[in-house]
Design a protein around this ligand. Structure first.
Ligand code: PRP
Length: 212
């Protein structure tokens, strides 16, 4: 049996949809329950539903053989995992955004609020811009509005959250989509099962692309 960690939240439905297209189905009854570990109908896959940032943790430690999570989360985690497949789901970007009517900051130091401290530090560091990173766990768009930060580094999907809070993208740092990740040892020890999963998902991704 392969254990697959799925990111709960915005990616969960798209990931389950893709798995279904790949012929891996989870019963509606199991999905409707509050159980956090469920098997698929064939009994060959066990899914564990965890917070996005915990997917790389479970996979790197080998508790899950595989995982489905956004590239944004993987960049931030910096975990040592194999990434054999871009699933093409939940396409979005990590961007720097600020108030449309930017306020002047005279301190010389840019204050950046973000859920992605590592990505933000690397981005501004590469440009030689001195920053103070203010780590938040959500609703990051509030920070510039309330004067906690000059700008944010955050995920932008539709752009609606930015717009409705009076913010605009200043710069795109990188694109992100859902990825299949695999534990290094599982890739060797469960080679046949992992290859089969990659093959099934690759076909499903190609079908989704053809449909779009
Ligand atoms: C993410 C992200 C933005 C929003 C972007 O937050 O941090 O706030 O989605 O989506 P949009 O461009 O389609 O508006 P999430 O919903 O994960 O919640 P959070 O505020 O708790 O981080």
């Amino acid at each position: 049996m392969l254990t697959i960690a799925l990111a709960k939240g915005r990616m969960q439905d798209a990931a389950l949809g893709l798995l279904k297209r790949a012929g891996i189905r989870v019963s509606d009854e199991a999905l409707a329950s509050r159980r956090l570990a469920i098997e698929d109908e064939s009994g060959r896959y066990r899914f564990i539903f965890v917070k996005p940032a915990d997917v790389p943790v479970y996979v790197e430690h080998g508790i899950a053989d595989c995982g489905v999570v956004g590239r944004d989360v993987l960049l931030e985690a910096g975990a040592d995992l194999l990434q054999p497949l871009d699933l093409g789901i939940n396409r979005c970007r990590i961007a720097v955004a600020a108030l449309s009517e930017a306020r002047k900051n005279d301190s010389g130091m840019l204050h950046v609020a973000t859920k992605y401290p590592r990505v933000a530090a690397a981005h501004f560091g590469a440009r030689g811009v001195p920053v103070e990173i203010i780590e938040l766990s959500g609703s990051v768009e509030l920070a510039p509005v309330l004067g906690l930060a000059d700008c944010i580094v955050d995920l932008v999907e539709t752009g609606r959250t930015l717009k409705e809070n009076g913010l605009a993208v200043v710069e795109t740092i990188t694109e992100s989509t859902g990825r299949l990740v695999v534990n290094r040892a599982s890739y060797q020890l469960k080679a046949a099962e992992v290859s089969e999963l990659i093959e099934k998902l690759s076909k499903a991704v190609a079908e989704e692309r053809a449909k779009a």
